[in-house]
Structure formats: structure tokens, C-alpha cells
Design a protein around this ligand. Structure first.
Ligand SMILES: CSC[C@H]1O[C@H](OP(=O)(O)O)[C@H](O)[C@@H]1O
Length: 350
């Protein structure tokens, strides 16, 4: 693989969904080739593929696999409904998973025959993958305008090509800023416990030749205190209608730190990540992941046998701590309920 334009986590090849196994990066680049939607749901839950937009795209392909299997049965629509429930149950927090699955279900219910559904759902999954990359590039350009001409940008988790169809959201803004000639230095949180920053963001930035330092999550406050950070930019898994944002655990503490140090705090996400049916962040389900992820570090057990663990995979940052939400249709600033609705309605451009 070469630069950002080539990094892909999701491919459709010879009738199979191919997923780059992100559990093994950066040491191994191994692809899983899947033909059964049940195996795709397991791959999402086990984080073979992760990142809100990426799991949405993956779910869309899983539905295409499901309708292909169901199409040989007269009760194909009932079978597809059951498959959709199984796919949506893989992970609860990122709205993209349910959004993409339900969108495929509605498409299947809009056609007359199983054969038409097989063709329509596969094409819709291809279109979603293609459109996500184009949306990320638009989002990147809008966000790049907010970044300083020169400075340090802190990012959390992985929001690049591996978390999306390609190019990335927060990392897409950084890519667009660099392409626009901005002199940016990236500070990448390692992002315990799954280490998306240390393993995935570092891998992407190194491939792009973007200057960066990797640091422990607990070093973020020190870097801000030293005046090295001029903006924080993160992704999102679910944005409530009022702008409250669920994102990787540790995001909320970064937002509090950014406010204390008077550093702009940006969220970058496609509008498909906004859950307009959810009035505020209080209703967002936070995924609790296996204890082993905290008891271990990079696969090595570090905690004593039998310790009790809390492992929330996400937290919710109140809209009051967010400077702006960057989307593929423009930038939403505080007064998010109206601004996000306006962007979704296509009324507002940056
Ligand atoms: C481009 S959104 C990526 C988003 O998803 C990550 O979560 P996970 O790695 O557990 O799927 C994280 O919240 C990122 O901000």
C-alpha cells in the first residue's frame, strides 16, 4: 500500500467482502475474506474493522451478503429482517451501523423480487463506500480552513482511512490541511486500551510522511500546558441533535483540558453520524467491552489475576465543550441543533 489515497480497510472482491484485520496492524497486513453476514457481524464486534463510518459501510455489505443468501428462500424478506437485527447487535454506540443496516432494509422492502434486492443492496453498498471517501475529502477541506497555518494538532484514536471508507474524518482534516500547505505537527494519543492511536493512526501518518509524535494518553495535558497544541480534532460515533458527541473513551477529558487551556476542540464526522432522533447525549448507549482489553496491553497480561475492570469504549462530550462540528456539508457552530439540521437540509455551506 502507498499513500492515504491507497489505504483501504474494506474491499469487495470476487463476490466476497474483504476486511483488513485491524487487530493485527501494524505488524501484519492480513485480509479476512467473508461471504457470510454472520461472520461479518462477528468481525465488527471483534473490531477486525472499526470506526463509525467503516462499520456502517461494512454493515451495508453484510446486508448484501444476507439478502444473497436469503434470496433462494420464499421468506427472504423475513430472513433479511432477522439478519439486520443480528448485524445491528454487533456494537451499540456508533449510529452508522444501525443507520446503514436500516437503509439497506428499506431498500430491500422497496423492490419486488429477491433478485432485484440482491443487485440493489450490493450496488448501494458500493455507492456508500464510494460516497464516504468523497464526503471525507469535502469534510477535510471544510475542516482544514479552521486549522492554523502552522502548529500542533492533537488527535485521539484512529479517524483515518482505516476508520472510514478512505481518507478519514479528523485525520482527513489533517490530510487536507497538509495538502493545503499548512505546517502541521500531529500529536497522536496512543488511545488505551485498544491502542488505535499507537497502532493505526501512527501507521497511517507514517505511510503519509506526516510529521507526528506518539504519546501516552496521560501526556496530553502536559503537551497542552507546554503550548505545543493549537487545536484538538477528534472523530465521532454518535452525535445527538444538540451536538453532544459520543466518541472513543478519553475524548471527554481532552475536551475539558482543551477548554481549560483555551484550545479549539473540533469534532469531524459525516452527517450520517448525527442521530437527530436523539435529543441529547444522555440517551447514547455506551459499549462496555471485554475486561481482557484493560487487563492486557498489546496482548500481554499486565494486571493481576481476577481484578475487576470497567472498560467503557466511549464517552460523551457535552456540546458546550465543542468549538465546531465539521461535516461534509460544512461547519456547524454552537447553536448545534439548528446548525446541524440546516446542514442536513443542505441549507448551510461554510
Ligand atoms: C471516523 S470515526 C472513528 C471513531 O470510531 C472509533 O471507535 P472504535 O475504534 O471503537 O470503532 C473512535 O471512537 C473514533 O473516533
Amino acid at each position: 500500500m502507498s499513500s492515504a489515497d491507497q489505504i483501504r480497510a474494506i474491499r469487495w472482491e470476487e463476490g466476497q467482502l474483504c476486511l483488513l484485520d485491524q487487530r493485527l496492524l501494524p505488524q501484519q497486513e492480513t485480509w479476512l475474506k467473508l461471504s457470510d453476514y454472520r461472520a461479518v457481524a462477528v468481525a465488527i464486534r471483534q473490531m477486525v474493522v472499526r470506526g463509525a463510518p467503516a462499520i456502517g459501510i461494512t454493515a451495508a455489505y453484510a446486508m448484501a451478503l444476507a439478502v444473497r443468501e436469503a434470496s433462494t428462500h420464499t421468506d427472504w424478506q423475513a430472513r433479511l429482517l432477522s439478519a439486520a437485527d443480528e448485524i445491528k447487535a454487533a456494537r451499540p454506540t456508533a449510529v452508522n451501523l444501525a443507520w446503514a443496516t436500516d437503509r439497506q432494509l428499506a431498500l430491500a422492502q422497496s423492490v419486488s423480487t429477491a433478485g432485484q434486492a440482491v443487485a440493489a443492496l450490493l450496488q448501494a453498498a458500493h455507492d456508500l463506500l464510494r460516497d464516504d471517501i468523497a464526503d471525507n475529502q469535502r469534510l477535510g477541506r471544510y475542516g482544514a480552513e479552521l486549522l492554523p497555518a502552522e502548529g500542533g494538532i492533537l488527535t485521539h484514536c484512529n479517524t483515518g482511512s482505516l476508520a472510514t471508507g478512505g481518507y478519514g474524518t479528523a485525520l482527513g482534516v489533517i490530510r487536507a490541511g497538509i495538502s493545503a500547505g499548512k505546517q502541521l505537527h500531529i500529536y497522536a494519543d496512543e488511545t488505551r486500551p485498544w491502542l488505535q492511536g499507537a497502532r493505526l493512526t501512527a501507521w497511517e501518518l507514517q505511510k503519509d510522511g506526516i510529521p507526528f509524535h506518539l504519546h501516552a494518553d496521560s501526556a496530553a495535558a502536559y503537551l497542552m500546558q507546554q503550548g505545543l497544541i493549537h487545536a484538538v480534532i477528534v472523530g465521532a460515533d454518535r452525535i445527538a441533535a444538540n451536538g453532544d458527541t459520543a466518541n472513543k473513551i478519553g475524548t471527554y477529558s481532552l475536551a475539558v483540558l482543551a477548554q481549560y487551556h483555551q484550545i479549539p476542540f473540533y469534532v469531524a464526522a459525516p452527517l450520517s453520524t448525527v442521530d437527530f432522533a436523539m435529543p441529547d447525549g444522555g440517551g447514547i448507549v455506551i459499549e462496555e467491552r471485554p475486561a481482557a482489553e484493560v487487563q492486557q496491553c498489546a496482548g500481554h497480561v499486565v494486571a493481576p489475576e481476577g481484578v475487576e475492570v470497567r472498560n467503557p469504549a466511549f464517552d460523551v462530550t457535552p456540546a458546550s465543550l465543542i468549538t465546531a462540528i465539521i461535516t461534509e456539508r460544512g461547519v456547524a457552530r454552537p447553536g448545534f441543533p439548528v446548525a446541524l439540521q440546516a446542514l442536513a437540509a443542505g441549507h448551510m455551506q461554510a
